[in-house]
Design a protein around this ligand. Sequence first.
Ligand SMILES: Cc1cc2nc3c(=O)[nH]c(=O)nc-3n(C[C@H](O)[C@H](O)[C@H](O)COP(=O)(O)OP(=O)(O)OC[C@H]3O[C@@H](n4cnc5c(N)ncnc54)[C@H](O)[C@@H]3O)c2cc1C
Length: 413
Amino acid sequence: MEAYDIIIIGAGAAGLIAAVHGSECGLNVAVFEKMSSPGRKLLITGKGRCNITNSAEIKEFMTEVYPDGRFLYPAFKSFFSSDILSLLEDCGVETMLERGGRYFPKSEKASDIVDALYKRALDNGAKFFFNTTVNSVIYENDAVSGIEYAENGRTKVAKSAKVIICTGGKSYPGTGSTGDGYRLAEAAGHRIEKLFPALVPLVAKENYGEQMQGLTLKNINATLFVNGKKITEEFGDLMFAHYGLSGPVILTISRRVVIALEEKSGVSISVDFKPALDFEKLDARLLRDFNEHGKMKVGNLFKLWLPQKAIPVFLNELGLDEEKPAHQISGKERKAIVSKLKNLSFTITGHRGFKEAVITAGGVALDEINPKTMESKLKTGLYFAGEVINLDANTGGYNLQIAFSTGWLASEL
Ligand SMILES: Cc1cc2nc3c(=O)[nH]c(=O)nc-3n(C[C@H](O)[C@H](O)[C@H](O)COP(=O)(O)OP(=O)(O)OC[C@H]3O[C@@H](n4cnc5c(N)ncnc54)[C@H](O)[C@@H]3O)c2cc1C
């Protein structure tokens, strides 16, 4: 029977880094991966460009993590953003810094990250077994003794006193992350904190999304209201989809939206198309435009303020005839236009679920994992790394760094 120093379940971000580090420590490492190749999810990160990590300092980094970034302090201390960047550089992958402290490979190819880590692990002597699904971890007297896995329809056993569960969450299940790790952890007696999709596009009642489908707005402000109370606001880019809203600001807001919807609260998002101008300044700008272009049809005048796809939505909402000459617009109507530009409101009725969520929130309970080692407090030799743990973060490279840091720490000698 095969026997290893470390068995890693899953060759995603956490599993690959654990394989690199474990094998570099001189350990006999085996990685079992259900897909036919490594890092399927990594390949689609950052729209195929892979936002590897973020330049934020540890203290700031921890504030981007839910439900409690402080759990990660020892993991970040052992392997942080500068470490993954120098490891990649050592593997020949150059990186570049973009706005918001986001690091990407210079090649803008996520595949370079996967290839580099996989090759480094192989060079160090790690063994990879693809098309193998781990179904259970085996214990003897509450200590890990191996795994049971399926290969070509046959059940096999591999021995090890150390098993790291790096199976990811349950979002984008087509990449192999189907939530198996939660079942493996539960079987060991671990508590799984409620799972829900985070960084997920939102479904809106109004069909504006359908009309403005494909439109991306840059530098807008989106404000979240729950039961009429302002909860938070985000500035940045927003995309309209046939079902509603997506894009960075929406993904960031979505975590709170999913929780509010779960609690059956009323949720709405107000989009400010002109955040750089307050009501008075925007009104003055419109007044100037009306005076300068009095003969212009209202439909054409709107082109000065909005992208084409958004104009029919605004005209319809305001009950304005696009053929009407600008000079016939009353002061009351102009103020209504200003109000609408500052506040186009969307009633949020749902979200796009795990299938389209960037990350799974919830997971293996933090109080049952030793943050200094990533070892289970319930079973000797059982470790966790990556998204399977009850940790998730905002966009910006934070989620991959969580996987890299916890994977590295879990594979420490
Ligand atoms: C569209 C998208 C874009 C993203 N972009 C970014 C980004 O730019 N930056 C960022 O920081 N984060 C990004 N993320 C999040 C990031 O991809 C995850 O946080 C990260 O991949 C988690 O790493 P992981 O190793 O825990 O899990 P995964 O990368 O999901 O790896 C888990 C692996 O385990 C395997 N597996 C599962 N069950 C079994 C089993 N029973 N037996 C064997 N193998 C198994 C799976 O096949 C998979 O290969 C993005 C996510 C998505 C969906």
